[in-house]
Design a protein around this ligand. Structure first.
Ligand code: NAP
Length: 292
C-alpha cells in the first residue's frame, strides 16, 4: 500500500498508526471522524463504525478523498441495540484482520429514552454498548497485541457523585439531561480502569480521556442563541481528536494502562472512580448483557 500524503509529517507529531488496524465508533462525524482521519493520515487501516449507513458511507468517501487513503471502510453499529453491537463485532472478525486499536468514541448527551434492551439511553450508548463491543473484540485485540482500547470520556465525569444502578433501567429524569451524561462518562473511566486490570500483562493497554470542549454536533440539542455563542469558544474537531490520537498511537504511553488523559497528558480522574466501583460496574454490565 502506498503511503498517504502527509503521513510522515503526521507520524512524527503524534505516533505511528502505520500498517495497523483501527476501529473507531461514531466516526461519521465530529471527534470520531477527525480521529479516523488522523489515523488514516498516519497510514492506519480504519473502520468507521456508525449507526447510519448513509452517513457512514458518506464519511468513508469523504475521508478517503481528504486523506488520500483507500484503507477506510464502513461497519454498521447501533450502540443502542446490543444485537447490532454484536453483529458489528462479528462483521469485523469475519474479515480476519488483526485489531490494534479500538476507539470507543461514539456518544450522546442530553438524550432521553431507553435502549432497545431497556437501559437509560446515555448509559446504554456511551457505556454498555462499548462494554459489549470491546469484550466481543478482546480476543482479537489480545491476539493482535500490542493493542490499545481508547475510550472517550469527558471531564463531565467529575460531576458524578456515584452510580445509582437502579436509575440505569429507566429514562433520565433530570431537567438538563446532564446528570445521566456525567454518570455515563464516569462509567467510561471506570470501564477503562477495570479493563486495564483485567488485561494486565496481555499486551492490551487502555486509555480514557477528555477531548476538551469541542464544537461538534453533540451540542445539537442546546437551543439558539446559546449554541452558536458556546461553539465560538470551543476547540475544532481536529484539536478535539488530538488526545484520542495520542492515546491510540503515541509511543509515550505504550507502557501505560488504565489512566485518564486530558490535553495529551495524564490527569487524575475523579476520586469517585475507585477500583471497587469499577469492579461493581463490570459485574453489573456483565450480568445485564449476558442474556440480552
Ligand atoms: N464535543 C465535546 O465538547 C465533548 C466533550 C467531552 C466529551 N465528548 C465526547 O466525545 C465523543 C464524541 O463526541 P462528539 O463531540 O464528536 O459528538 P458528535 O459530533 O455528536 O458525534 C457523536 C457520534 O456518536 C454517534 N452515535 C450516537 N448515538 C449512537 C448510537 N446509538 N450508535 C452508534 N453511534 C452513535 C453519532 O452518530 P450520528 O451522527 O448518527 O448521530 C456520531 O457519530 C463522545 O463520547 C462525547 O461524549 C465530547
Amino acid at each position: 500500500m502506498s503511503e498517504p500524503e502527509g503521513a510522515a509529517a503526521h507520524r512524527s507529531e503524534t505516533g505511528d498508526a502505520g500498517l495497523r488496524t483501527f476501529l473507531v465508533t461514531g466516526a461519521n462525524t465530529g471527534i470520531g471522524r477527525a480521529t479516523a482521519a488522523g489515523l488514516a493520515r498516519q497510514g492506519g487501516r480504519v473502520y468507521v463504525a456508525s449507526r447510519s449507513r448513509e452517513k457512514g458511507e458518506e464519511a468513508v468517501a469523504g475521508l478517503r478523498a481528504s486523506t488520500g487513503s483507500d484503507s477506510i471502510w464502513y461497519l454498521p453499529l447501533d450502540l443502542a441495540d446490543l444485537d447490532s453491537v454484536r453483529a458489528c463485532a462479528s462483521a469485523f472478525l469475519a474479515r480476519g484482520e488483526p485489531l490494534h486499536g479500538l476507539v470507543n468514541n461514539a456518544g450522546v448527551v442530553r438524550a432521553r429514552g431507553l435502549t432497545k434492551q431497556g437501559f437509560e439511553l446515555m448509559f446504554g450508548v456511551n457505556h454498555l454498548g462499548h462494554f459489549v463491543l470491546t469484550n466481543a473484540l478482546l480476543g482479537c485485540l489480545t491476539a493482535s497485541a500490542p493493542a490499545r482500547v481508547v475510550t472517550v470520556s469527558s471531564d463531565s465525569h467529575y460531576s458524578a457523585s456515584g452510580i445509582d444502578f437502579e436509575a440505569l433501567r429507566r429514562p433520565e429524569r433530570g431537567v438538563t439531561g446532564m446528570h445521566g451524561y456525567a454518570v455515563s462518562k464516569l462509567c467510561n473511566v471506570l470501564f477503562s480502569a477495570e479493563l486495564a486490570r483485567r488485561t494486565a500483562g496481555s499486551g492490551v493497554t487502555t486509555y480514557a480521556l477528555h477531548p476538551g470542549m469541542v464544537a461538534s454536533d453533540i451540542w445539537r440539542r442546546v437551543p439558539w442563541p446559546v449554541r452558536p455563542l458556546m461553539l465560538r469558544r470551543m476547540l475544532t474537531v481536529d484539536q478535539g481528536a488530538a488526545t484520542s490520537l495520542y492515546c491510540a498511537t503515541s509511543p509515550d504511553v505504550a507502557q501505560d494502562s488504565g489512566k485518564f488523559y486530558d490535553k495529551c497528558a495524564e490527569r487524575a480522574p475523579s476520586p469517585v472512580a475507585t477500583p471497587e466501583l469499577a469492579a461493581e460496574l463490570w459485574k453489573r454490565s456483565e450480568e445485564w448483557t449476558a442474556g440480552s
